[in-house]
Design a protein around this ligand. Structure first.
Ligand SMILES: N[C@@H](CCC(=O)N[C@@H](CS)C(=O)NCC(=O)O)C(=O)O
Length: 335
């Protein structure tokens, strides 16, 4: 065997070993996912208002399982070489199957495999599942999933019947809130975390500047502000009972919403929103989040005439196909 042949043989052995490890990891993850899937696909109680919790794909999935159709997954993160490949070109326009579509500059993350074509064909149930209620903060993640071309399904949680507090939903998200994102590795909550997860999982969509620690910290800074301050200021309008039992105190908190929200949006208008997108020239995961929370400001009693840049950002967002798709899928009303 000459030197070239020997090198080729070594490379081939390494490739096969790597593939074997990947296969075993994949099977383990699929078993975990199937277990979790089975738990929340339990039939809903015989109550009409709980029907939203019956996963529409449940029947199809059960049918596939009965036929022994295996989940097919062949793309995703390659933790070792820190590259991201796609199995099918379906969610990455212009990319050939198996092509490297991006580089993950962060430490290797657990492998996650999604085959958009297999999902589309119904050969697999391996996908992301977003629990949402229309027009809530879950819209931000919904938009990000659309922007990323992610294989996902959106499952409605019916707030009118207090679905977020039903035992079925609490089994998925014990916080009793939306959004919740069910992944192969477990269920994630908290919008900034979900947005970051989507951006990292689909790096080809370039939804966050992962390569630049400072720029990425700015993204986190902005989204943390929306989550911990802006959203909370808004929540005092309808969810005052979280903080007080006394009716007068709840009313007092409600009265404070317009001034608190106005203060938050003045800061965004004058200091934080760089334009045209939140972080400047590049669209990031800050944009769907701002868009979502800013769709509440009229209801919060904020004078939108004083926020021309925030309003322009909202219009700019509405022109994006991904935003239109998520908004119309939810039937969300954007003023
Ligand atoms: N910090 C959480 C907040 C989640 C949250 O409060 N969601 C609201 C909708 S915008 C909700 O589910 N409310 C239901 C309730 O309070 O019962 C996040 O950013 O994801």
């Amino acid at each position: 065997m000459d030197r070239t042949a020997r090198i080729q043989r070594v490379v081939e052995i390494q490739r096969m070993t790597h593939a074997g490890v990947q296969q075993r990891r994949l099977r383990r993850r699929q078993a975990d996912a199937a277990q979790q899937d089975a738990a929340f696909r339990q039939p809903a109680p015989a109550r009409d208002d709980r029907e939203e919790f019956v996963d529409p794909r449940g029947a199809a999935a059960a049918e596939h399982a009965a036929k022994g159709v295996e989940n097919v997954a062949a793309g995703g993160f390659d933790g070792a070489c820190r590259q991201i490949r796609v199995a099918g070109a379906a969610n990455v326009p212009g990319q050939r199957p198996g092509g490297v579509v991006g580089h993950c500059l962060l430490p290797p993350v657990p492998m996650l495999h999604y085959d958009a074509q297999a999902v589309a064909d119904g050969r697999t149930t391996v996908m992301l599942r977003l629990y949402y209620a229309p027009g809530t903060c879950a819209l931000a993640t919904h938009i990000a999933l659309e922007e990323a071309g992610a294989p996902y399904e959106a499952v409605l949680v019916d707030f009118r019947s207090q679905g977020q507090r039903s035992p079925e939903y609490l089994a998925i998200n014990p916080k009793g809130r939306v959004p919740a994102l069910v992944t192969e590795n477990g269920t994630l909550t908290e919008t900034p975390a979900l947005l970051c997860f989507v951006a990292q999982l689909f790096p080809q969509a370039e939804l966050a500047p992962f390569a630049d620690p400072f720029a990425f910290a700015r993204v986190q800074e902005f989204n943390s502000y929306l989550c911990s301050t802006v959203h909370v200021a808004h929540a005092h309008r309808m969810r005052g009972a979280r903080w007080a039992d006394d009716a007068a105190a709840i009313e007092a908190m409600k009265r404070k919403v317009p001034s608190n929200a106005t203060e938050c949006y003045a800061l965004i208008e004058h200091k934080l929103l760089k334009g045209p997108w939140v972080m400047g020239e590049r669209y990031t995961i800050c944009d769907p989040y701002l868009f979502t929370l800013a769709s509440w400001i009229e209801g919060d009693g904020v004078d939108t005439a004083k926020l021309p840049r925030v309003m322009e950002h909202r219009r700019r967002m509405l022109a994006r196909p991904a935003v239109q798709k998520a908004v119309s899928a939810e039937g969300a009303r954007i003023p």
